[in-house]
Write a protein that binds this ligand. Sequence first.
Ligand SMILES: Nc1ncnc2c1ncn2[C@@H]1O[C@H](COP(=O)(O)OP(=O)(O)O)[C@@H](O)[C@H]1O
Ligand SMILES: Cc1ncc(COP(=O)(O)O)c(N)n1
Ligand SMILES: [Mg+2]
Length: 710
Amino acid sequence: MIADLSLYLVTDPELCGERGVVETVRQAVDGGVRVVQLRDKKATDAETAAQLIELSRVIDGRALLVVNDRLDAALAARAAGARVDGVHLGQGDVSVLRARAELGAGALIGLTANSRAHLDAALALPEGSVDYLGVGVIRPTKTKPDHPPALGVDGFRAFAAASPLPCVAIGGVGIDDTEVLRDAGAAGLAVVSALCTAPDPAVAAAAFVRQWRAAGVPRVLSIAGSDPSGGAGVQADLKSIAASGGFGMAVITALTAQNTQGVRAVHVPPTGFLREQLDAISDDIVIDAVKIGMLANAEVIRTVIDWLDSVRPPIVVVDPVMVATSGDRLLDAEAEHALGELLTRADVITPNLGELAVLVGRDVHGWDDALAAGSVLSAAVGARVLVKGGHLVGADAPDALVGDGAIVEFEGARIATGNTHGTGCSLSSALATRLARGEAPADAVAEARAWLRESLRESEALAVGQGHGPISHFAGLWARGGLETRPTAEDIAAEWWASIADIRSEIDELPFIRALADGTLDRDAFVFYLAQDALYLREYARVLAEASRLAPTSAEQAFWANSAHGSIVGELELHASWLTPEAGVSAATFAAEHAPATLAYLDHLRATAFGGDYAELIAAILPCFWLYDDLGRRLHAGEFGEYARDPRHPYASWLATYADPAFEQATVQAIAYVSQTAATVTPERRTIMRRAFETAAAHEREFFAAPLCG
Ligand SMILES: Nc1ncnc2c1ncn2[C@@H]1O[C@H](COP(=O)(O)OP(=O)(O)O)[C@@H](O)[C@H]1O
Ligand SMILES: Cc1ncc(COP(=O)(O)O)c(N)n1
Ligand SMILES: [Mg+2]
């Protein structure tokens, strides 16, 4: 069996103080500690064995008990009838192999490790020798004065990444480290001071457990029957667990031949095979919660009880399924008795009104009577009872969480639908998942109910079967756009670039580009082009300035402002170097009109800028970066003939500006800002962005075409 190492208490007799180790352990286990390590460097073997015997009694199978270093004390305590699960060994302690040989294959054996050499040594041992590594110290701590240099969270992360063995983080671990250490790959947290010195170790442990649960995806096992129609049983459970944020697993107790109208037949596979399924899970996977549904008969119940007693999952929710919504029996009559014993293993039981009556052995009349019966049942089995009001007659469908001497009621109007097949299965597995996510019981019920009610309301949209249809488990997710796969910024950039592939090859084929490359471009045409470019750049600078004004972050604001500056500087340079009287361009020539293509392009840019939508505007701005950068680099690379790279080329210095590395860098940044923005907006707005981008790209083509064709 794989051990749940999530919260691991290491005792320290001095820190436990007057309360003592035994009482501290009792309370910490009440709070959810899963492994207790007795660590007392000063005690003799005989004293240690005596302590183990006492701790074994107090823990009573609710957590694993190991001892630090003292294999002989562990063996002596075992011989005296105590349940000692294993040992934790330091690098210098008694050899792992001897411990394994003496304690057996099922024992939990851990080893302290904090260096590559320790890890390699542990891995060199025969497989199955060591179950976990205690890795630390995370930060300097007084409880281990001779500790090696602290690893810190990053050191732990690196160690855990290299270790195929589960790593428990130890040494100066506090509750605020829970999330980062779980994220860093910890299989659990070993805690000394934070529990031993806590005024209330149960409260402190529960707080750790809550944080731990909230930091991961819970692994939730449904043990239930199969409903091939998908609305109830393990099929409903898996959907509910997933919809509630957990990873669902399912062990099937019985197969039903069932649809929305009723159960036609039930097949119960041999319980030996049921146990095989259960062991296959618990040997390999740490289980955060179990939900139990249809159990068919007493033998199945016994099998599940035996497995539960060996694994002790931290959360058990039992839906005492006896009769399906359709009225068919799902548990044989003699089994009702065996069920009582299972219920004492549960944290929460979720009977409907009929099941509640059977479990308390009397009729239940109305809601108030149901609450009274729920209290009786809760006290009898020592679990919370979620009394469900789905079968009440009338306009309300309340539920109530009864236990610990309190009743929390959840009110809600009955939803007008006949699609109630599997509501009980779905609610109980959603509840188990939410508890495993660290939610407090009443919050978990409230959240699970809110989800169930939404799924019931949306069930009408499904058209499944002729009878009591199923609920729509993922309706909420679908409505909130959960089906939409979000493209990455890289995907978007690649897709947009591909979408203008035709425009790009048309640009490449333009007589203007060809003549520009081979140097045959007529000077008038070139000057026409430059003059239009100057007119363009002046306005483009204003459009970039508008992007800067609208930018959501200061980094983007600075980037577009810089680009605006670059654009207007580019315009001035054109006047200084090309559009000069020496080059045959008089001021009068330059006062040229905007050519239609220039005007059309600028109108597109000004219209998007005027619209005030930053995302759309930067999409329209992008082709001027991207197409020029691409073209400039390809001209420079000789793709349009070697002469384009020749310094004697008549337009060589102009060609060089577009292959400028600084411009290339700016282009990369512009692509990143635009595609990152596109990745965060709704699909509708992404389409608007892409249209602005494609339109601008088409204007680029016309701009290049104008000098020779226009
Ligand atoms: N028509 C309904 N409207 C709102 N909630 C309902 C409706 N029917 C059942 N529920 C809820 O579904 C859950 C399952 O309840 P219930 O039908 O009593 O149990 P079971 O499905 O085990 O027979 C409860 O939370 C109950 O309040
Ligand atoms: C295999 C199986 N398990 C349980 C139920 C109970 O359904 P409900 O949740 O409607 O009480 C069912 N109909 N089938
Ligand atoms: Mg129901």
